[in-house]
Structure formats: C-alpha cells, structure tokens
Design a protein around this ligand. Structure first.
Ligand code: RP5
Length: 169
C-alpha cells in the first residue's frame, strides 16, 4: 500500500465493520490510508499523541468514526489543523442519532465534516477525503472525475428519450 495520506480512526473494534468500508473506497481511488482504534474516552492520551503527530507524519485528512457519546472526531479536530471527517455510528439504543448529534454540533472554529450515519457515511467519508485530496493532486482529481462519469453513466432512460432535447425551459 502507498504512504498513508488518510488516517481512519474509530472508537472501538466494534466500529471496524463499518469503517473498513472507508478504506475500501480510498483503495478505489488509489489513496494510501492507515487505520487505528483509539477511543477519546478510553484512551485520551493515545488520541492526543496521534492527532499531534498526524500532520508531521504526512497525513492530510483524518476520518473518525464513533458511536454513542461520539467525541473522537471533535477531539481530533481540536488537536490538529488537518480536515476531520466524522462518521456517526449506530448500534446503540439510539441507533446512531446520539452519535450524529455529538459529532455534527461542533462549535465555530473547530469544524468536523459530518457524513451520514453508519456504513453509508463511512463510504462517503472516503469519497469526501478523495475530493479534498483532489484539490492538490491531479491523479486523484482524475480518479474522482472518472468516478463521477461512471455514476452519471448509470441512468436508465425511457426508450426514445433524448437528454439533449432539454432546451432549458
Ligand atoms: C464508542 O462506543 C465506540 O465508537 C463504539 O461505537 C461504541 C461502543 O463501543 P464498544 O462498547 O463496542 O467498545 O466509543
């Protein structure tokens, strides 16, 4: 695997089934990543140390998934200037709504780009990280463009319908 540019973190090993999907998406773009389990509550010293070294280690985006009282993405955003994408995870009695509110309601100045709850969000975290990296990497930008074209090619039109027939009215 190439040098990690994205750090994928999660609060518990129980988050792995969802968060590994983020890595799968990054693989599709050819983006190197690393993965780690460290809870903001259970291992705050490890989280602090990882966040403080992240930029120096060459990481460019952090993706953090957590469930319940999900503080990992916010704590990372407080400790590093890198963009942080937060993935609220379900599996709790509140089915991820708790994690969604915990992650999305960051105070101004400490942003966390919050995606959807669960596997859908974990995948989109990978796509969003790719779009961030595409701003300064022509290879990733080309991969993002190719992916967009692939998606728009998936429409199924009724027989005889001409997309070019749209005159804007
Ligand atoms: C959070 O609590 C983790 O991110 C996980 O989603 C949830 C439950 O953790 P475990 O009890 O499964 O370790 O901190």
């Amino acid at each position: 695997m190439s040098t990690p540019r994205v750090g994928i973190l999660m609060g518990s090993e129980s988050d792995l089934p969802a968060m590994r999907l983020c890595g799968e998406v990054l693989d599709e773009y050819g983006i190197g990543w690393e993965i780690a389990v460290m809870s903001a509550h259970r291992a705050p010293d490890a989280v602090r140390s990882y966040a403080r070294q992240a930029e120096r280690r060459g990481l460019q985006v952090l993706v953090a998934g957590a469930g319940a009282a999900a503080h990992l993405p916010g704590v990372l955003a407080a400790l590093t200037p890198l963009p942080v994408i937060g993935v609220p995870l379900g599996g709790t009695p509140l089915a991820g709504f708790d994690a969604l509110l915990s992650i999305v309601q960051m105070p101004p100045g400490v942003p966390v780009a919050t995606v959807a709850v669960g596997e859908m969000g974990a995948r989109n975290a990978g796509h969003l990280a790719a779009r961030i990296l595409a701003l300064t990497d022509a290879g990733v930008a080309a991969a993002v463009q190719a992916r967009r074209q692939q998606m728009s090619g998936r429409v199924q039109l009724p027989e005889g319908f001409d997309l070019a027939g749209d005159d804007g009215r």
